[in-house]
Design a protein around this ligand. Structure first.
Ligand code: ARG
Length: 457
């Protein structure tokens, strides 16, 4: 095994070995670690820092270790400390002392920063793919519900009629911003730190641009102290994931509400519901509830890392090893949530009759009636008062607006005329024809725009 305790007289206490080992967690970085090492060995040989033959032996060793890991042939032990030490130890076991040349002009500090960056680049790409899938499911729902009316809410009180397509497209917009946030995070993640060494750079003629090209990075880091101690890209990812989960949790909450007997707007496909262990009538929206609940853990991971990084002096500190647990959990939570949520949305049934009934309940056209009086010359605030009193009156009489007689309406304002009957849910929707509004016109335009964006992949 690669020995990094040569200066000590005593072995580390068992409790210390267990306490400080990160291998059970960082194990999953092996792919990126090996890719980084292969590029590094190639660079060392190209620069004449090691011989071509040593470079080839090391590369061969690393490739075979990767195969053996994938075949489950290598056993990880806590004494190996971390994934970097484990791979180096296996390499030395396999190819002998020449394996010990791999760590020339490198430190675990720049190595782990590089591994994490490669890992996050892949996580971002998978996250964007997942978000696009969810957006497509929303587009399908919007497309199928271009004519479905539902109450729009403020304070969870029925407020004004909206098209259900408009409601789904609101989430499309949120996820579009999430994609933009992840792409932005990618710019700061796509920076190659190798060559920074432990903290001060390395005393060999390394070719950092070559490493960046080999490993698919578009930039190299500009300050070695910063490069080994920067975890902003992890925080960026976790923050973007937090906002994304917040968006998902809002949709989740609506799924929970809408599937309740009280709303009864939707039916969640059986494959995405669970039963109760005691109440046989129940179909629980567990996927939505879990997505809502897991959001808390994703926020927690961000807070944990922000707190671990707070006030750390330059450069690397072992505290930073704590970055991985939360990061991996966030990546796994976000990707699995996106996958299962997309499946649930794709199979959602909308109860069009019920959403319409909900619109017809209450006095959802009150704003339209006020607007009607405004268009006849009334000041908006006066019109508002008139309609407010009209609502109380109708409520007392137990009548809807449509059921009020012209004489009753005229009692509130002489401006009411026969044309008031032209105010309907359809007219209310059509009237809101501003860009971004819920008119069928605007929604069709927004849907076409969303489809175009989603096609881009
Ligand atoms: N396991 C360590 C981590 O994840 C790797 C870097 C270790 N560096 C060190 N100087 N002990 O942060």
């Amino acid at each position: 095994m690669a020995n990094i305790r040569s200066r000590f007289k005593k072995p580390a206490d068992k409790s210390v070995v267990a306490y400080s080992a990160s291998i059970p967690v960082d194990w999953r970085l092996y792919k990126y670690d090996i890719a980084g090492s292969i590029a590094h060995a190639g660079m060392l040989a190209k620069q004449g820092i090691i011989s071509d033959q040593d470079g080839e032996t090391i590369t061969w060793g690393l490739v075979s270790i990767r195969e053996e890991i994938e075949q489950g042939k290598l056993e990880i032990k806590p004494e190996m400390e971390d994934v970097h030490m484990a791979i180096e130890s296996w390499l030395i076991e396999k190819v002998g002392e020449v394996g010990g040349k791999l760590h020339t002009a490198r430190s675990r500090n720049d190595q782990v920063a590089m591994d994490l960056r490669l890992f996050i680049k892949e996580a971002i790409s998978n996250g964007i793919t997942g978000l696009r899938g969810l957006q497509r499911a929303l587009i399908e729902l919007a497309d199928a519900n271009k004519d479905t009316v539902m109450p729009g809410y403020t304070h969870l009180q029925s407020a004004q009629p909206v098209l259900m397509a408009h409601h789904f497209l609101a989430y499309f917009e949120m996820f579009q911003r999430d994609i933009a946030r992840f792409n932005d995070c990618l710019k700061r993640t796509d920076v190659m730190p190798l060559g920074s060494g432990a903290l001060a750079g390395v005393g060999y003629n390394v070719d950092r641009d070559f490493l960046a090209r080999e490993l698919g990075f578009s930039q190299i880091s500009q300050n070695s102290l910063d490069a080994v101690s920067d975890r902003d890209f992890v925080l960026d990812y976790e923050a973007a994931a937090g906002v994304c989960m917040m968006h998902i949790s809002r949709l989740a909450e609506e799924i929970v509400l809408w599937s309740s007997a009280e709303f009864d707007f939707i039916e969640i496909d059986e494959a995405y519901t669970t039963g109760s262990s005691i109440m046989p009538q129940k179909r629980n929206p567990d996927v939505a509830e879990l997505a809502r609940g897991k959001t808390g853990r994703v926020y927690g991971n961000l807070m944990a890392l922000l707190t671990a990084m707070k006030a750390l002096p330059l450069a690397y500190n072992r505290d930073m090893q704590e970055d991985k647990h939360g990061l991996f959990d966030t990546v796994d939570t976000l990707l699995s949530t996106l996958e299962v949520f997309t499946g649930m949305m794709k199979t959602l049934k909308i109860k069009v009759e019920n959403t319409r009934k909900a619109v017809e309940r209450g006095y959802i056209l009150a704003t339209d009636l006020a607007d009607y009086l405004v268009k006849k010359g009334e000041a908006f605030r006066t019109a508002y008062d008139i309609i407010a009193r009209l609502v109380s009156y109708a409520e007392e009489k137990g009548k809807s607006f449509e059921q009020l007689k012209m004489s009753e309406l005229k009692g509130f304002s002489p401006l009411f005329g026969r044309d008031v009957h032209k105010i309907t849910i359809a007219s209310s929707l059509a009237a809101r024809d501003t860009i971004g509004g819920t008119s069928p016109n605007q929604v069709a335009r927004a849907l076409a725009a969303a489809k175009k964006i989603a096609e881009q992949g």
